[in-house]
Design a protein around this ligand. Sequence first.
Ligand code: DX5
Ligand code: ZN
Length: 218
Amino acid sequence: MIKIAPSILSADFARLGQEIKAIEDAGADYVHVDVMDGHFVPNITLGAPVVKSLRACTRLPFDVHLMIDNPDQYIPDFAEAGADLITVHQEAGAHLHRTIQLIRSLGCKAGVSINPATPVSTLDVILEDLDLVLVMSVNPGFGGQGFIPSSLAKIAALRHEIDRRGLQVELEVDGGVKPDNIAEIAAAGADVFVAGSAVFNSEDYHATVQALRTRAEA
Ligand code: DX5
Ligand code: ZN
């Protein structure tokens, strides 16, 4: 079962509630929320109060991607705001195990993301404690960048390891996912696909979500 997670980073921020309703109607599986702090990445987006305001707009799970330093300080706010799944970066702190336990103690699913230059081996020990692994296929910070081809080998290696250990961990890919490359990324083993500009810059969200799903499942 593959999942499509439109990233609201490319949505119209003046109409976020309607944009989220529109992707739900389009058949999306998750709402991917990109949180950036201007430190971990060179851009600033939104915080927990915005997530809280949006919670009533949809029944879809909120997949909150924290591209922030010191995530432990803000995780309780996002959990309280209605995040279903909280993903932190492997590179963002020295105490990843503690961070994962914190997320789970608040009743949320826990994910870890790795940047394009971070090897898959950094997740070796923590893999069994995760609900989701997120492979960044662009350098985080901005929508609309091109897919970095070396991400495919990382996805394949993680798929191999998840299956070898018999884990139920979701394998998500984020950055540069389009209808014309999603089949190749799915073949490498990803099962959750973030798509920002591909969905929100398209004329027909429903047609785009369906095209992504059909090509990923092919
Ligand atoms: C990048 C974000 C992504 C981004 C994806 O830092 O984490 O979620 O919005 O956008 P596209 O799909 O346009 O590459
Ligand atoms: Zn993201």
